[in-house]
Structure formats: C-alpha cells, structure tokens
Design a binder for this molecule. Structure first.
Ligand SMILES: O=C(O)C(=O)C[C@]1(C(=O)O)C=C[C@@H](O)C=C1
Length: 285
C-alpha cells in the first residue's frame, strides 16, 4: 500500500489535511515528528507523498519547510487550506482555574497569544504538535495540564473542550503542501512554486516580477530565505497562479541567476477558499 508521510501524530491539523487526500486511506498515513523528517521520508521513498504545513494566515511562513524542501530535491504536488479553530483541551471534569501548563505546537501557542496572555498564571509549553499535546494530556492524566488543539483531537483522546476559537485571528487558515518526488504528481495545474535567485544589481527583482506580469500570472506569495555560504544573499520562493506558459522557466532564466520549478499543481479551490479570497480580493486568472 502506498504510504503518506504526515507531520505531527494522530489528531494534528496536518493529520486533518492528510485525511482530505482522496487517494490515501487513513490506514496508510505514517507520522513523523519534524517537518524535515516528513520530507526526508518522501525523498528516501519510504512514502509516496508527504503532508506538511507551510504558511499560516496569522503567523506567516514556516521557513523550516522551505529549507528542508530545498535540500531534499522533493517537489510540491498539491496544496490544501485548512481553517484553524483552536480549542483549549483538558481532562474530563477539569475546570479552567485548575490549569497550570498548556502544551501545544509552537505555532498553536503563537496563534493563541492573546488568550494565553489573558491567563498569566499558565505556562505555555511548546510540544511536538497539537495532536501530540492532546495525547500527552490524556496519557499523563494530570489535572493541571491542558492542550491547545482541534475539536477532533478532543474527541479522539476523550478530552474536555474548555474554550473554543481561542486563536487571535478569526480568519486563521493554514496552507499545507503535498510533497512528492520529482516529477510532481501533476504538471498541468494552474499554480506553480518557483525557486529563483536574482543577480545583485539594481532592478533584478523588478525584472523577474515583470515576467510574471507579462504572462498574466498572479503572484500570491514571495518568500526569501538565506543562501548558505553566501551571507546576506537570498533565494526567493514565488507562488504564481494563472494560465501557466509552458516556457515560464525559460523566460525567467533571462533575468535570474538560477530558476527551477518546485512543482505545478492545482490551486486549492475547495472548502473555505471563498472565505479566504473574500479577504484578499478575487484572483483574476
Ligand atoms: O501541530 C499540528 O497540529 C500541526 O499540524 C502543525 C501546525 C503548524 O505548524 O502550523 C499546523 C496547523 C496550525 O497552524 C498549527 C500547527
């Protein structure tokens, strides 16, 4: 059976994203405790695909994923946006004022900053994932422990939900990537992630953006990451959406030092995408 490598353990948000992959049965999901381990498992052919978060609408990019992807030689085969509604979880019968230690993934704690600050007696403790945090509270059976995670994790681990929607941002979404080995699963989608470096001369990024503009492509995300061994020089990751010219890489080669497609895939337009778009305007493709 083909396996899907997934971050974070049962009940994590990554698990929810993996369960939405139609071609993978839940029995075929294998969990890894770091983003890099998921990507390495795909590169080593332990799994046919992987699922990792890459970007959150409140806390921004998960840069470790860009770095691991770059080193692995893996590609992006798809994306999925998941609404993130964090809950405060505790053992059955526990009240809020009994809590002292709140476990969650660092992203979960960061996304609930205001809620945590409103309870200064609690100590927020970064733990493997939101799913692993919920499992820990159940396993340890200590009344002063709580976790930040999702409603499904509460059901899975028999925990009480003490508060819902505790994230700072009411429009809290995480974008997940389906990782695959080259060539990517799909090569005719309307979205592409490109990695490129620009020469250190005035206007070089401007000329790269001009290529996207001339091709009628909408730039939905631009991320810069340091290049190892070249202090204060950067590699750009660009997500573009639209009717993809087959020679887009060739067009960019004229202005970039280095350019490579990390994958062409279908833009996620399911579920909550209308809510997401209503906050950033419609994409004209
Ligand atoms: O800890 C989890 O449940 C994860 O899947 C990780 C993760 C992330 O790192 O962004 C995924 C979605 C939420 O943004 C919070 C945590």
């Amino acid at each position: 059976m083909e396996k899907l490598a997934c971050f974070g353990g049962p009940g994590s948000y990554s698990h929810l994203a993996a369960l939405q992959q139609d071609d993978i049965s839940s029995a075929a999901i294998v969990f890894y405790d770091t983003f890099a381990a998921v990507i390495e498992a795909v590169a080593r052919k332990e799994a046919c695909a992987g699922m990792v978060p890459v970007e959150n609408s409140s806390t921004g990019s998960i840069t470790a994923v860009y770095d691991a992807l770059q080193e692995s030689g893996c590609r992006i085969g798809g994306e999925i946006y998941i609404p993130i509604h964090h809950c405060l979880l505790a053992l059955p019968g526990v009240e809020m004022d009994e809590l002292q230690s709140i476990y969650s993934h660092a992203q979960g704690l960061a996304q609930c900053g205001k809620f945590m600050r409103a309870h200064p007696r609690w100590q927020g403790i970064a733990y493997g994932s939101t799913g692993r945090s919920a499992a820990k509270v159940r396993r340890d059976g200590i009344r002063s422990q709580g976790a930040i995670g999702n409603r499904q994790a509460a059901i899975r681990y028999g925990l009480r939900i003490l508060a819902t929607d505790i994230q700072d941002n009411t429009t809290n979404y995480t974008r997940f990537l389906r990782i695959c080995r080259p060539p990517s699963d799909l090569r005719d989608g309307n979205k592409m992630t490109l990695v490129l470096t620009a020469p250190h001369v005035p206007g070089s990024l401007y000329h790269i953006l001009e290529v996207f503009y001339a091709a009628g492509l909408n730039l939905t995300h631009l991320e810069s990451r340091p290049i190892y061994g070249r202090p204060f020089e950067y590699r750009f990751y660009a997500d573009v959406v639209g009717r993809m010219p087959s020679d887009i890489v060739k067009r960019l080669e004229k202005t970039c030092e280095y350019v490579q497609s990390l994958g062409q895939y279908e833009e996620n337009t399911g579920g909550e995408i209308h809510a997401i778009r209503s906050h950033r305007g419609n994409v004209g493709t």
